[in-house]
Design a binder for this molecule. Structure first.
Ligand code: ZN
Length: 363
């Protein structure tokens, strides 16, 4: 235990009538929480067992009660205790689609799993599941919302607000959390979203005081367009990077196949509308193939137009390909198959409301 003067008592989590003091460190500082064994034990069987230990394994004492040195980060522990003692904090965690959720609530989510705080664990799990689309329809709905965000973003006064993706889900942090907290169901959409973001668009470095200069393959300086997405690339593990590369490879191949199978229009010219649309498929990385397929699929030509038949065929092929593509994500990115039974005793899982129409938070 740290020397007395180095201990910081967490005022609103330091109860005079508490029955146990928990110590935890954060950034070299020891924090003390005086809480109740009964409260902790009622939420968590790990805590219940910890405090039920026979007095043979004597606990140290502090401030007149038992004390325990916790191995956890004090900030995470504080979040956990606050959620147990001040339920309103849970409500703010469960607000719809907080874009920072995967970063902000990672600690408390991991602790709720570690200490089996079942209610909290279930609520957070449900939150993350609801955030990420699990069907193509949900994905399209989310992209519609994001498009309207981009359109409504006019030049702002503060530097941060030019990053429209401050209000969007960040895929790399979500992938990291999904791996650590065993939430495989959010991986397909998160990996696909990441595949649509340029590796040069780094979340942190572009927001830093001296953002890097972006250039093209010939070294020409590129003008950064507000609205372009960024990702926290540094959070990806080497094996997740491999999954991403694998997925991008298959996405390119998928697009090439559609192009090949569509064949040339009878007009056989380079200003043919079908030819121009097929070329969109081959733009290569980094493109949002679901979006491109939708664009091509929505191209309508007059029936009497000479290229109509070829274009119509290509358009319907592209629309049909979208669902096939979505269903292939697990295979393309090398992800575990989503199996509803994998979350063992989660049959009583909680469901959150439809996030559609909810306000986006931007903290
Ligand atoms: Zn043609």
């Amino acid at each position: 235990m740290a020397a007395e003067h180095e201990i910081s008592r967490q005022q609103d989590l330091y109860y005079a009538d508490g029955s146990v003091v928990l110590f935890a460190a954060h950034a070299g500082q020891t924090h003390a929480f005086k809480v109740h064994k009964s409260v902790l034990g009622s939420h968590s069987r790990v805590f219940a067992d910890m405090f039920a230990l026979p007095s043979a394994t004597e606990l140290e004492t502090y401030d007149g009660v038992d004390s325990v040195n916790m191995p956890d980060d004090a900030k995470d522990l504080e979040d956990l205790l606050r959620a147990l003692y001040y339920p309103a904090t849970i409500l703010s965690m469960l607000e719809n689609r907080n874009p920072l959720a995967a970063m902000k609530y990672r600690g408390i989510f991991m602790l709720s799993q570690k200490y089996f705080v079942r209610v909290l664990q279930k609520l957070l799990r449900a939150r993350f599941r609801a955030d990420w689309p699990s069907t193509l329809q949900e994905w399209d709905k989310l992209m519609e919302q994001y498009d309207s965000l981009s359109e409504s973003t006019v030049p702002q006064h503060d530097a941060a607000s030019q990053f429209v993706d401050n209000r969007m889900l960040e895929p790399a942090s979500a992938i990291r959390l999904a791996r650590e907290a065993n939430l495989p169901e959010i991986l397909p959409a998160a990996f696909y979203m990441l595949s649509t973001i340029s590796p040069f668009m780094d979340f942190d470095s572009l927001r830093s005081g001296s953002p890097p200069t972006l250039t093209d393959s010939e070294g020409n300086v590129l003008v950064w367009v507000p609205g372009e997405r960024t990702a926290r690339w540094g959070l990806l593990t080497p094996s997740d990077m491999m999954c991403l590369m694998r997925g991008k490879h298959y996405l390119t191949e998928f697009a090439q196949k559609i192009d090949q199978e569509a064949g040339r229009c009878l007009c056989d010219t380079n200003h043919c509308v079908q030819y121009i649309n097929r070329r969109k498929l081959l733009k290569g990385p980094t493109q949002d193939l679901l979006r491109v397929l939708n664009e091509i699929g929505s191209t309508v030509t007059p029936a009497h137009y000479s290229c109509h038949d070829a274009m119509h065929m290509l358009a319907s092929r592209c629309i049909e390909a979208r669902s096939r593509l979505w269903e292939n994500f697990c295979y393309y990115f090398g992800l575990p198959d989503i199996d509803d039974d994998q979350n063992d005793d989660d049959s009583d899982d909680v469901a959150l409301g439809d996030p559609e129409g909810a306000e986006f938070r931007n903290e």
